[in-house]
Every structure is written in C-alpha cells, then in structure tokens.
Design a protein around this ligand. Structure first.
Ligand code: MG
Length: 203
C-alpha cells in the first residue's frame, strides 16, 4: 500500500528556533503545532521528522544529546495525540564538521537522503505498527519547513514543498526564487487546512 507522508523540519517548524538547540529545558513547541499534527494523523498521514543538526558536526553537542531531545519532543507531542512515526537527523557538515562528521553526505537538506532513507525503512517494515512492503505515495506527500532547504529537499524527493512563516520562514520567503516552494502559509495550522482541502478536492 502507498502511504501519505508529511515530512517535517524540526527547528523553527515544530519548535521555536533556538540556535543549536540541544537542551530540553529550551524546547518550546510553537503554539498550534500539536493540533495541526494531530489533524494530519487523523487524515491518515504518517509523520516523519527530518532535521539537519550541524551542531553535532561542529562539536557543540553530541548525537546522544540530539537523540535525547528528539525523544523528549516526541513524548511531549505524543501526549497531545501528535506523535511522530519516525525521526531522522543529519549530523554532518561538508566544511565545518570535525573528524567523521566532516562529510559531503547525501542526507544534509536540501539533499533528499533522509527522506529516501525513510522510504526505504518504511518498505523494510522498520516503522512501528506498519507491515513491510509499504511505499511513499509521493503525489499525496508533503515536506513542511521554515527554510528553502526544506522545500527543495521535498522537491528533490519528488513531493510538494510548503514553506511556513514560523522560524526563518518570512525571511526565506523574501529570498526565495520562483519554484523554490509550492505554497506559503503563516502557520502550520493554515498549511494543514490547505493540504486537507487539496486532498479532498483531488487537485
Ligand atoms: Mg528549520
């Protein structure tokens, strides 16, 4: 079966932008986001987080810190019925990375490596409570984020890229070239309303 998936950026999209966020005390979920994610789940979307974490590459915090924060974020969302199905992060940076983290990887957005890996792992049955053999329904999947690297990563994976006005979104919108994103909304709630209508109308 083909599954509809919402790929989500983390910082500036789900939680307030904090430079090199890695402490759970500093995590602030953007108002309205849990409700929007819950609605997406009700509509049958899988939720997959894909986040660039160059702070790991730069040595500002460890992978364990990132994983702890991601787990805390997901527990918080789950309590609101808005849990994520899967979480991926890219710990690399092509120039600023230290040691093994200095890599021209294929996962750092705008490259689509994390989205591809999610599709592979979905097919292999590595998603909780989902049998093996499922695929991503690209015509009905979306990437949501506050930067052009997010929407372009979506395009590079063959899905719609929606830019949000949270985080760096307003500035990113001003800097964007035609075609960098498919739609812009001030909030995730508005984006979800648009997705719901688009899916219903079959456009
Ligand atoms: Mg972001």
């Amino acid at each position: 079966m083909a599954r509809k998936v919402i790929f989500l950026d983390r910082d500036g999209t789900i939680n307030e932008e904090v430079r090199y966020l890695h402490r759970s005390e500093e995590l602030r979920i953007i108002p309205g986001v849990p409700e929007a994610l819950r609605r997406l789940r009700e509509l049958g979307f899988l939720l997959v987080l894909v986040t660039n974490q160059a702070g790991i590459a730069r040595g500002y915090y460890a992978e364990a810190d990132c994983e702890r924060l991601n787990a805390y974020l997901n527990e918080t969302l789950r309590r609101e019925g808005a849990g994520l199905d899967r979480v991926y992060y890219c710990p690399h940076h092509p120039e600023k990375g230290i040691g093994v983290y200095r890599r021209d990887c294929d996962c750092r957005k705008p490259k689509p490596g994390m989205l591809r890996r999610a599709a592979e792992e979905l097919q292999l049955g590595r998603f909780e409570n989902i049998p093996a053999g499922e695929t991503v329904d690209r015509a009905h999947s979306y990437m949501l984020g506050d930067k052009r690297i997010d929407t372009i990563a979506g395009h590079n994976f063959g899905i719609q890229g929606i830019l949000l006005g949270s985080g760096y979104g307003r500035t990113e919108r001003e800097l964007a070239a035609p075609g960098d994103y498919d739609a812009y909304f001030e909030s995730m709630g508005e984006a979800v309303g648009w997705i719901e209508k688009r899916e219903r109308d079959g456009s």
